[in-house]
Design a protein around this ligand. Structure first.
Ligand code: DGY
Length: 318
């Protein structure tokens, strides 16, 4: 009997095509919003393969609702939305989409860095509101980037790509976590303690995955270590930062600004965040380029198809 795949949301066309051409029965939630948990549980009852997104909560209840499940294929590199230990205990494969979004996400981190340091969204609003009355010596002053100190928290794939992109800006590069020979060799980067990184960096960018030990890695005390002229960039996961502590820090102008793509209670934003001028916000679009999202969709579908066909899948997390 043909196996069944459930796709929890619409994917870019390239992924949809591949799925349609497969030998499997495919059920699709033709919507842009996540399914309510009770509906989701019903939809996976007879499913062998699940292709899901990073905001689908794949907990033990969902997994128990799908007794035939063989594979959960996440259309993301992060997989903190999935109870991977429970999946593993049930013999279910979990796959992700690494590598292909590395450069794209690193580029967005830089876009946020530029946007906040040079006050781009604020300037754009100013122009659209007809406030530009001529060149002024003190208008929209931001912070220099070249020659400054860049602090990279988590020098894995994306953190490394992000740091390497600093080459043209002659920056001192600090990073925390495991030693990284590429950064040491290419940038003469310094592997330092988190506290030193926070104290000495002009730009702090987060690139750690979310796991319990990274919950509120950056809280009130860590923010207090940062320079008043420094900026925080987060394209990793919202819960790595204590969002309320960040809002207070920004309200009191104890750091210069923040560029955020991810939020602690996504898609909800903590009260006060959108009222701040010293913050630039994007809607979790780290991987959102046409090229990358196409490749991402194809990879997520291929991961699922490979497992269901009993083939090797190199993107297995468990
Ligand atoms: C991921 O794939 O985990 C990223 O957060 C997408 O932007």
């Amino acid at each position: 009997m043909a196996k069944n795949i459930f796709l929890s949301r619409l994917l870019p066309e390239a992924g949809m095509e591949l799925l349609k051409q497969s030998e499997f029965n495919v059920d699709i939630h033709w919507d842009d919003d996540p399914l309510p948990p009770e509906v989701f549980r019903k939809r996976v009852r007879n499913v062998n393969g699940l292709i899901c997104l990073l905001d689908d909560i794949i907990n033990f209840e969902l997994i128990d609702a799908a007794p035939q499940l063989e594979v959960i294929s996440n259309t993301a590199v992060g997989f903190n939305n999935i109870d991977i230990n429970y999946a593993k205990s049930k013999g279910i494969a979990v796959c992700n989409t690494p590598e292909i979004l590395t450069q794209t996400t690193a580029e967005l981190a830089w876009a946020l860095l530029f946007a906040i340091a040079r006050r781009i969204p604020e300037s754009d609003t100013f122009m659209r509101n007809g406030k530009f009355t001529g060149w002024k010596p003190l208008l929209m002053l931001g912070g220099n980037i070249q020659g400054k100190t860049l602090g990279v928290i988590g020098a894995g794939r994306i953190g490394t790509a992000f740091a390497l992109m600093s080459k043209g800006f002659n920056m001192r590069v600090l990073y925390s976590g495991k030693s990284n020979p590429v950064l040491d060799f290419e940038l003469n980067a310094e592997n330092v303690d988190l506290q030193i990184l926070l104290r000495e960096s002009d730009f702090v960018s987060l690139h750690v995955p979310f796991r319990d030990s990274n919950y509120h890695l950056i809280g009130k005390d860590e923010l207090a270590l940062m320079k008043q002229t420094a900026y925080l960039i987060n394209t990793a996961r919202g819960s790595v930062v204590d969002e309320m502590a960040l809002i207070t820090t920004l309200q009191e102008k104890r750091i210069a600004g923040a560029g955020l793509d991810v939020y602690e209670h996504e898609p909800a934003l903590s009260p006060g965040l959108t009222e701040l001028e010293n913050v630039v916000l994007t809607p979790h679009t780290g991987s959102a380029t046409i090229e990358t999202r196409d490749t991402l969709a194809v990879m997520a579908v291929e991961n699922c198809l490979n497992i269901l066909r009993g083939k090797n899948c190199e993107n297995r997390v468990v």
